[in-house]
Design a protein around this ligand. Structure first.
Ligand code: SF4
Ligand code: SF4
Length: 464
């Protein structure tokens, strides 16, 4: 638990940045999506603008818009506290005009927070990519390879802001995760689960699976990955999709490096659609997927830039899921190549080329409805209503590494009784690292290098 106690309802109390960092760190708050950057690491007196990222541009995911509609007061209070502590001048609530209920909920409480402004984003993919959100909301371009604080901005997603509220106001660490379950299920739904539950258990809350040969995708259709039923819910999980094995999205995600290369060698026509629609290229960042495809497929290494530029790909997936009419896989090939460079000790270029924002960028943004149609998800576009009650779990396996940074280390022993919210693994000192907390009441039944298993005890029980 945090050693510094504050309350959002007491305006007179203003913690220092270090005190607030301590609270976020002790309560294990990582970005509730993406790489899960520890939230305390984002706090800085250099922040001028705080952005709440409620873009949620990945098709089918419906967590943030519903959470913000449900918890608008708490989330704005948390952002207001952070803005006050770091001295930020404004708080931008970045969302889409179509999120009507969310907008109404925010408008009903925002008069209490003069720094808060609504900021409407385009209904395009990937406006939820942090770098794109910042440009759309403020007109500032985060330099390639840099971080938002370089332009005086910090971005939190909705669930992260809610977790900050829970930590500050209720001294509750992160033990639960909200996620949407959609696709080939009877009742698409958005639920709140104990961290450490399996994907298979989570999917059961959406009723029966409606196809026989299916694959789980952990995350959205664009950036998520193929998962197994026994894989675990973590602090960064945000969706589970159930899709037929022969679905376009699944086939793309199960593609193989060798076949990707052979197909690219045979049929990349250098049309450069992948580059012309690449969101990072259009922002002036040094990434040109068509140039990478040309160099990689011909083996010409005279110009190293197409290879080194792979460090500046955001892995949004637009090039391979939408742009390429030859159905090639530039994103997968770029990612494999980048990982190879990293494994071989090659570092990201320190002074990357950087150009002006492309003048016709606005006309090259990909509308979400076009994307949904192109990747064949229209039939799964259904409401996935949010149920706030915490789902019950008989046992959980809580990973010691759930996000970017050093993994936590166990501080409990086998057979020990623990309670939901109790710290079971400690962060590594002097590293970017977060502790881990029990997500249910129970007995520690297993401790290994990667996780701690807790089985519900007859005395205890997780919150309903
Ligand atoms: S869009 Fe496809 S075919 Fe065209 S250049 Fe890019 S990878 Fe090659
Ligand atoms: S995945 Fe493709 S479209 Fe997205 S940033 Fe990388 S190269 Fe550009």
């Amino acid at each position: 638990m945090a050693t510094v106690e504050l309350t959002l309802t007491t305006d007179q109390i203003k913690p220092s940045i270090e005190e607030l960092k301590q609270i976020l760190q002790e309560n294990g708050i990582a970005g509730a999506g993406g790489a899960g950057f520890p939230a305390y690491g984002k706090l800085s007196p250099k922040i001028d603008t705080l952005i709440l990222n409620c873009a949620e541009c990945e098709p089918l995911i419906q967590v943030h818009r519903q959470m913000l509609a449900f918890h608008a007061k708490a989330i704005l209070a948390a952002l207001n506290l952070v803005a006050t502590v770091v001295g930020a001048a404004e708080i931008l609530i970045a969302l889409k005009p179509s999120y009507k209920e969310t907008i109404e909920a925010v408008e009903a409480v925002m008069h209490q927070y003069p720094k808060v402004k609504l900021c409407f984003l385009k209904e395009a993919y990937p406006v939820g990519d942090e770098v794109i959100t910042i440009y759309e909301a403020t007109g500032k371009v985060v330099p390639p390879g840099s971080i938002p604080i370089e332009v005086g901005v910090a971005v939190f997603n909705v669930e992260t802001a809610y977790n900050i509220y829970q930590a500050v106001e209720k001294q509750q660490p992160v033990t639960t995760k909200y996620l949407t379950i959609a696709g080939e299920v009877e009742h698409p739904v958005t639920v709140k689960l104990p961290i450490g539950m399996t994907i298979k258990e989570a999917v059961s809350f959406a009723g029966k699976i409606t196809t026989e040969d299916f694959v789980f995708i952990s995350g959205g259709p664009m950036t998520g990955s193929v998962a197994k039923g026994h894989d675990l819910i973590t602090k960064t999980s945000n969706a589970i999709l159930v899709l037929p094995r022969d679905h376009f999205v699944v086939r793309k995600k199960m593609s193989n490096d060798v076949i990707d290369m052979q197909r690219a060698m045979a049929s990349c026509c250098q049309c450069r659609m992948c580059t012309d629609l690449c969101p990072r290229y259009l922002l002036g960042h040094p990434i040109e997927p068509h140039a990478f495809m040309r160099s990689a497929t011909t083996g010409v290494t005279k110009d190293l830039n197409p290879f080194l530029d792979t460090f500046f790909c955001s892995s949004c997936g637009l090039c391979e899921m939408f742009s390429c009419m030859q159905n090639l896989s530039p994103r997968n090939m770029i990612t494999s190549y980048k990982n190879g460079l990293i494994q071989n000790g090659v570092k990201r270029p320190e002074q990357p080329r950087w150009e002006e924002v492309n003048k016709i960028r606005d006309y090259r943004m990909v509308p979400e409805d076009r994307l949904v149609a192109r990747i064949d998800l229209e039939k799964y576009e259904k409401k996935a209503p949010l149920f706030e009650g915490l789902k019950d779990a008989g046992c959980v396996n809580i990973l010691l590494k759930q996000h970017i940074g050093a993994p936590a280390f166990s501080i409990v022993s086998k057979g020990q009784q623990v309670f939901a919210g109790e710290k079971i693994a400690e962060a590594v000192a002097d590293s970017l690292s977060l502790p881990v907390h029990a997500s249910i009441d129970g007995i520690v039944t297993e401790i290994c290098d990667t996780y701690i298993a807790i089985t519900k005890s007859s005395k205890g029980g997780s919150e309903e």
